[in-house]
Design a protein around this ligand. Sequence first.
Ligand code: DX5
Ligand code: ZN
Length: 216
Amino acid sequence: MSHIIAPSILSADFANLQRDVEMINNSQADWFHVDVMDGMFVPNISFGFPVIKAIKKHAKKPLDVHLMVMDPDRYLQQFKEAGADIITVHYEACTHLHRTVQAIKALGVKAGVAINPHTPVNLLVDIIEDIDVVLVMSVNPGFGGQKFIENTYHKIVSLRDIIRATKSKAIIEIDGGVDMLNYTKLLEAGATALVAGNTVFSSPNPTQTISDLKKV
Ligand code: DX5
Ligand code: ZN
């Protein structure tokens, strides 16, 4: 199966959100990556339910909702109702991660776990068989357009070994600083999904950039 490209709505033009959603609909992108920031877990606030509902109204592809939110259990039901197809929570933001993952799956949506750049991948060994997506942060979460952290390649290789050993079916998704210069190397290391914000939306032709990122 070809890799997944998930353009990040965080870099879209919010004054022309429907236009940017249609651009993604009509492109080779696979998912909409939707970043929710609470101003506590990360030093930034993005958007919440009304904006996600507005995206969902026009989106013809799955919404991959990345919660940079402390104690996200409080809001899982509302994210499902707003239109999330995948809900990813942070390892660092959940005291009872196994319970959170089960709660996401009970809602009938796919469950993902994100890890910050400093979090070792082997901490996921006991949850990897229960999840659909591992989101490896390749920048410190909170902002688009940051510089890619090179250590990510090692993490992908280790994660791939863990996934093989456990026969987990989890997708390895990379988030932050993905660009035309590093995306091939990320795929070679074992990534199966790539988020791209700045690279897509600040390019002169976002539709073409998405199709370039789909090339292997
Ligand atoms: C960062 C977000 C990312 C962000 C990626 O906290 O989780 O999804 O939108 O943006 P780029 O691709 O510009 O680094
Ligand atoms: Zn994200």
